[in-house]
Design a protein around this ligand. Structure first.
Ligand code: F6P
Length: 366
């Protein structure tokens, strides 16, 4: 190795997603096989870095995990070292700056590089670590596909495959009972999962945060299908879509999380409104964490392997302050600053929104 990178730390931060183990495997095997470096697995994201919970990953430990969902290291959405949640009294959470502990552990464990696998929250923390002098490399993950700087994140293909499969199933029972089926999908403030999963499943209505909707076009779509003797309707709604009055539907708040807001519940609200507004029997299904669990698809396994190998090569070359990304069909490093720019949302005039409209999909705006 030209740059003396002997020990590489790796962590998985934020919500898990299928493909994380593929990255851990590729980082470890590439570092060991090609660069003679060792890899230290940090447990539960930045939490483990603050608390000094880590272990060396052996070749054996990362063997046979490519098709395994979740992360063998554990993950957490609550470990921002600069805003670390500490229970100061029973039930009273205060955030404290414990970044010095994380930085001390980087030194104690002799980490020449730190590979942070995560979404936008993790990339923000990685950037701060970089500014504090840590040799950081980011790997973008999330089912939401909303990390700026990369055309795609792994986990997204698996999640949309789950959504498509669910819509296929809901369509058969909807058809038997002549019902409206509302399926609520994840994605936080981005509509990528609803858009792609909805298109793949042939949803009649897709509601996403980026395109404000009102009730009348949604009700009209249900009536239109009825008049065409297509006696069921599938509505795919993103958890972050805003109701016509502009409000979000929030499932709860958790002060310990990097983003305290937990979205969820819009499916039931939409179903109730459609039933009341059209007189048609309507049911809601929330796909929830089914979208994040289980084995990664082929596309996500391949992307995870490509990202992991690329990140290990960056570490070996001493190329830091970057995130590996997909650009124009190839994997390459981009400045981590790009990954912390504004969230990557669906442009309302995205060509796939246009394609969906062309086949008759309603976005509730017209
Ligand atoms: O960011 C991934 C994601 O699954 C979002 O789509 C969703 O809003 C959130 O995480 C759910 O988080 P949690 O698993 O902490 O409830």
């Amino acid at each position: 190795m030209t740059f003396q990178t002997r020990r590489i730390g790796v962590l998985t931060g934020g919500g898990d997603c299928p493909g994380l183990n593929g990255v851990i495997r590729a980082v470890t095997k590439t570092a060991q096989n090609e660069h003679g470096a060792s890899v230290i697995g940090i447990e539960d994201g930045f939490e483990g870095l603050v608390e000094g919970r880590m272990r060396e990953l052996s070749h054996q430990e990362v063997s046979g995990i490519l098709g395994l969902g979740g992360t063998i290291l554990g993950s957490s959405s609550k470990g921002d070292p600069w805003h670390y949640p500490v229970e100061v009294a029973q039930g009273r959470i205060e955030t404290q700056d414990l970044s010095y502990r994380a930085l001390r552990n980087v030194e104690r464990w002799g980490l020449d590089a730190l590979i942070a696998i995560g979404g936008d929250g993790t990339m923000h923390i990685a950037r701060r670590m970089m500014e504090a002098g840590v040799n950081v490399i980011g790997v973008p993950k999330t089912i939401d596909n909303d990390v700026p700087g990369t055309d795609v994140t792994f986990g997204f293909d698996t999640a949309t495959t789950v959504v498509c499969g669910a819509i296929d199933r809901l369509a058969t029972t909807a058809s038997s009972h002549h019902r409206v089926m509302v399926v609520e999908v994840m994605g936080r403030y981005a509509g990528w999962i609803a858009l792609m999963g909805g298109i793949a499943g042939g949803a009649d209505v897709i509601l996403i945060p980026e395109i404000p909707f009102s009730w009348a076009p949604v009700f009209d779509k249900v009536h239109e299908r009825q008049s065409l003797h297509k006696r069921f309707t599938i509505v795919c709604v993103a958890e972050g879509a805003r109701l016509p009055d502009g409000s979000e539907v929030v499932a709860g708040l958790d002060a310990k999380r990097t983003d305290p807001k937990r979205l969820g519940g819009i499916g039931a609200v939409v179903a109730k409104a459609i039933e009341a507004g059209t007189g048609h029997e309507t049911r809601a299904t929330v796909l929830g964490h089914l979208q994040r669990g289980g084995a990664p698809t082929v596309a996500d396994r391949v992307l995870a392997t490509g990202f992991g190998a690329a990140a290990a090569h960056c570490a070996a070359r001493g190329e830091f302050g970057v995130m590996v990304a997909v650009r124009d069909g190839t994997i390459r490093p981009v400045p981590i600053a790009e990954a912390t720019a504004a969230q990557r949302l669906v442009a309302p005039d995205h060509h796939l929104v246009a394609a969906a409209r062309s086949v008759g999909t309603c976005f509730g705006d017209r």
